[in-house]
Design a binder for this molecule. Structure first.
Ligand SMILES: [Zn+2]
Length: 544
């Protein structure tokens, strides 16, 4: 019996790890690497405890069949999700099940055939366990199994709640805990409100709103940085159609939070967004459509099904006329090529729609950490650079090389990009609005071992972003010089609405100050979860 029990343990352990794509081992490895030995121990022992719980449940005649059934369903779902989306059952799948049964049902109908194999695998696993345990019985263990299950379920739920990340547990505990988390902490999913103000004639025919990735405002030559990272823009800067607002403060310090703020116009005084207004109020594309624009969304980072930035998948479907998601169509291109390919696609799109008004939101690949794969090797202007493998280190000794890599990336991602953009859109009736989602801690704060996206009070370097506009056909815009180095992401939504043709009075009452108001107040940016599901901080923004 002991031998058979050990055998069963390994069968289950292997089966659950397989279902989870062996994430368990990667997580333990990571924790050990970070010298978090106690966490690794607790984590691993809870996993083992979960397997023991399942053994107890399987060997009691009261709970045997229901346990087999639950294993079959949960492993089938896990493998099925991975077949369809590439990752296991996650928070988004859970909210889909909870809030959009119809979409979930539609998905099963469309992809059902692809689910056959995963569920067959799961079925075979359950059959194996059934025959293996057929003659094994442990009396009176059902209760112990239930208690252990409850403990492991609670621990996995609490870990999920505190880290908000998918952690590895046997799927029969993991999936229900994700579901419970989504049910109790879920964000609003559903229809958005309609736009209730109206627009006059748009100021520009084409509006291209570009949001870069991880670009620090004070590291651009045009903003007075002593290394010339932007020689091309320096030339453009002298022209009268270039409106540089200098250094702005970002809304958040993670891509998804900042983009959510930029797309929805949620204001600082509405954060944390406990009421989920940013998921109920109209998004920027709705305003664009109402003002008569064709809308397009170019995303160099995410997929259509999973657009991130706290967009609902239906947002793309309902409000975006044309979407380009490079990850879907250009799987093999190098990361540093993404933005330029996107730009080409954008040019094609605008050419095709040149007789219409178009509004485009363009999410760049930019300079996300680590930097070495975000510019081509032959564009190493600042040397020596940091070798790829050293990016995992956070060490002042390598900072000069680390910075050089970043400056090369900025030169490629900003200056080279705009050189191309100028070629494509010069002398067209186009307004370019440019900023970055957030900035970077470039080892100014060594105690924070992250460049951005921390869940704690954050230093201003993480929110120090560029902001400029270019009127490609020299049509003047109402630029306020006094607002240079005073703007914030929170001023941008309303400013864009102005260019779409909306009335400034309406805009101010709904979305506060725009770039055309007096912006001499103090600026704040957020860190942490803007929905308040975890801590959120309002940090004062300062330029050194
Ligand atoms: Zn980002």
């Amino acid at each position: 019996m002991t031998k058979k029990l050990i055998g069963l343990f390994f069968i289950l352990f292997f089966g659950f790890s397989y279902a989870d794509n062996f994430i368990l081992f990667r997580e333990i490895n990571l924790l050990i690497h970070q010298k978090e030995y106690l966490k690794a121990f607790i984590f691993f022992s809870n996993y083992l405890l979960a397997v023991v719980a399942v053994i107890f449940l399987l060997l009691s005649k009261y709970t045997r069949f229901i346990t087999l059934f639950v294993i079959f369903i949960t492993i089938g779902i896990e493998l099925g999700c991975r077949t369809l989306s590439g990752s296991g059952f996650g928070y988004l799948d859970a909210s889909l099940i909870l809030h959009q049964y119809s979409a979930a049902g539609e998905g099963v109908k469309t992809y059902g055939i692809q689910l056959v194999l995963p569920f067959l695998e799961s079925f075979m696993f359950v059959v194996l366990i059934y025959f293996y345990t057929k003659k094994m019985h442990l009396k009176h263990y059902a209760f112990a199994g239930l208690v252990l299950s409850f403990i492991t379920f609670t621990v996995s739920y609490l870990v999920l709640k505190s880290t908000k990340e998918n952690v590895s547990y046997p799927v029969m505990f993991k999936e229900p805990s994700i579901l419970l988390y989504a049910a109790t902490n879920g964000l609003y999913v559903g229809k958005r409100k309609d736009v209730n103000i109206s627009a006059k004639k748009p100021v520009f025919k084409h509006i291209i709103y570009i949001v870069d990735e991880s670009i620090r405002g004070d590291k651009l030559g045009i903003n007075g940085f002593d290394k010339n990272t932007t020689p091309f823009l320096d030339e453009v800067f002298k022209r009268k159609n270039f409106y540089n607002y200098g250094i702005a403060s970002s809304g958040g310090i993670c891509s998804c939070y900042s983009n959510s703020i930029l797309l929805t116009g949620i204001q600082l005084n509405q954060l944390p967004d406990i009421k989920n207004l940013s998921r109920k109020n109209p998004i920027i594309f709705q305003y664009a459509k109402k003002a008569g624009f064709e809308t397009s969304f170019f995303d160099m980072q995410n997929t259509r099904e999973n657009p991130d930035n706290f967009l609902q998948p239906t947002d793309i479907k309902n409000y975006v006329d044309y979407g380009f998601f490079i990850v879907e169509d250009y799987k093999k291109v190098k990361r540093y090529q993404r933005d330029l390919i996107g730009l080409k696609k954008l040019k094609d799109y605008i050419d095709k729609n040149k007789n219409r008004f178009t509004f485009t939101y363009f999410v760049k690949q930019g300079c996300h950490f680590s930097y070495s794969d975000k510019y081509p090797k032959n564009r190493e202007i600042f040397k020596p650079v940091l070798s790829d493998e050293l990016f995992s280190q956070w060490d002042l000794n390598i900072r000069p090389q680390f910075l050089n890599s970043y400056y090369n990336c900025v030169n490629w991602s900003v200056d080279e990009f705009f050189k191309n953009l100028y070629k494509d859109f010069n002398n067209t009736d186009t307004l370019i609005i440019y900023t970055s989602d957030h900035a970077q801690n470039l080892m100014e704060y060594m105690n924070i071992k992250q460049t951005h996206c921390i869940e704690a009070p954050a230093p201003s370097v993480m929110a120090n972003v560029p902001l400029f506009m270019i009127s490609m056909n020299n049509k003047p815009i109402p630029f306020k010089k006094e607002n240079v180095n005073k703007a914030s992401h929170f001023n941008l939504f309303g400013s864009v609405l102005y260019f779409m043709g909306y009335d400034l009075k309406d805009i101010n009452s709904l979305y506060g100050d725009t770039l055309f108001n007096d912006l001499s107040k103090e600026r704040y940016f957020t860190s942490g979860d803007i929905f308040g599901r975890g801590p959120m901080y309002k940090n004062k923004f300062e330029i050194k």
